[in-house]
Write a protein of this length. Structure first.
Length: 427
């Protein structure tokens, strides 16, 4: 009886506190600096503000080259291909993935689409090989590569055979055969037009794209996670949109620890519309039981540029790449001269600063690549200076060489696209 009484007098263990999640943000700077009486309808808004800036005018250079696997004449699967002419319906060279490489993989369809719309233009197709008979890299393979490209344009895009000329196959230079990376670049088919800077220019021109690059305010949200569940080996914050998990923050910490998040998911994307963000703290106890906090909702608002720039449009950052795929100092090619004259020079306003930044791939000595990238950028600046009709601002040439590559160097197409000069200015 004595022991029973003692047991009754012992304090009962406090129940574990179930997870609780709270969030807070600073006021969005755009709202804070908005003048009193402005038409910005969000004076008391707290949440994620997405600013839809007309920020970038992108141009994607067309690389009319298909790279093949060693000893193969099959177009690799990484290239976008249709299997029936009906699938070309609705295709457009301006409605594709945004990235340059993503657009490049549709190069056969871009050329087919443009040939359909410019019936007077013709193309030549030239197959290459690496002179390695042991793996089938011969002249006959190079011709087979050219034919498979021609067949695709004829059968899928219905381009008449009379508009397609197959050239005599070519082998890569003896010097290039000693380097596996260079050999890889010569397992290719090159598509060219008869007059790249003249009437056939529409087939090889760059692909323009106006991008509304959204930015977020404030830059982060602060989560406060509280719970007292013992032995919790794993804690996460689960963020949903439209009832589906959109992102998960891991290692969210314990009692009293704040967790900051930059609004981006694992693909580095921000929300694309005003669907609210719904967050929950998820705690996995030592007993394997999952404990969830009540959900919290973060509102999302999107505003157009006129709210951010009362009375005017935001500046447009124009990015125009020029390709220099030949491994030497750039000659003044007619195509690049026309691209500069048509897409760059007319749109440089008085006093506008222009920067030309040269890049290369990672092949060859770093010092040579640095010098070559600067020479290419300087050629672009000299060309612009002779073309512009106004008193432009500073024209700056920068050479970065192989440092800070724009595209992966692992594949030949990435290396080709890295041999570029990016021309940028605010419009």
């Amino acid at each position: 009886m004595k022991y029973a009484l003692l047991f009754l007098l012992l304090p009962l263990a406090a129940p574990a506190q179930e997870p609780v999640l709270a969030w807070s943000v600073e006021p969005a700077p755009t709202i804070a600096r908005s003048p009193v009486g402005s038409n910005l309808p969000l004076a008391n808004f707290r949440g994620l503000l997405i600013l839809q800036y007309r920020l970038i005018m992108e141009f994607h250079p067309l690389l009319p080259t298909i790279f093949f696997d060693a000893g193969s004449a099959a177009i690799p699967d990484r290239y976008t291909q249709f299997t029936d002419p009906i699938q070309t319906t609705g295709f457009s060279d301006s409605v594709m993935e945004r990235g340059t490489l993503e657009r490049y993989y549709s190069v056969l369809n871009v050329i087919g689409y443009r040939l359909q719309r410019h019936p007077d233009a013709g193309i030549t197709i030239e197959g290459w090989h690496t002179s390695e008979p042991g793996i089938g890299e011969t002249e006959s393979l190079a011709l087979a590569r050219a034919r498979v490209v021609a067949d695709y344009l004829r059968d899928i895009w219905q381009i008449d055979q009379s508009r397609i000329t197959l050239l005599v196959p070519r082998a890569c230079p003896p010097k290039a055969r000693k380097d596996p990376g260079e050999r890889e670049e010569y397992r290719r088919v090159h598509i060219a037009v008869r007059d790249p800077a003249g009437r056939d220019f529409p087939i090889v021109r760059t692909i323009p794209l106006q991008v509304y690059k959204d930015t977020v305010e404030p830059s982060t949200v602060l989560f406060e996670a509280r719970h007292s569940i013992a032995g919790a080996p794993r804690r996460t914050i689960e963020i949903q949109r439209n009832g589906r998990v959109w992102h998960v923050l891991t290692d969210s910490g314990g009692e009293g620890r704040g967790i900051r998040w930059n609004w981006r998911n694992s693909q580095d994307r921000i929300p694309e519309d005003e669907t609210p963000l719904v967050a929950q703290l998820v705690v996995h106890g030592a007993d394997g039981v999952e404990h969830r906090s009540p959900p919290v909702t973060i509102p999302v608002k999107m505003i157009a540029p006129r709210h951010s720039y009362p009375g005017s449009d935001p500046p447009v950052l124009v990015t125009f790449p020029l390709l220099f795929v030949e491994d030497d100092t750039p000659p003044p090619t007619p195509l690049n001269e026309r691209l500069l004259a048509e897409y760059v020079s007319p749109y440089i306003r008085s006093g506008v600063a222009v920067t030309a930044t040269g890049h290369t791939d990672d092949r060859g000595p770093e010092e040579r690549n640095l010098r070559r990238s600067k020479e290419r950028a300087e050629w672009v600046v000299r060309s612009i200076r002779t073309m512009v009709r106004v008193e432009a601002g500073p024209l700056r040439a920068v050479g970065l060489g192989e440092r800070g590559p724009i595209y992966p160097n692992a594949l030949p197409e990435g290396r080709f696209y890295n041999r570029t000069v990016l021309v940028q200015w605010l419009w």
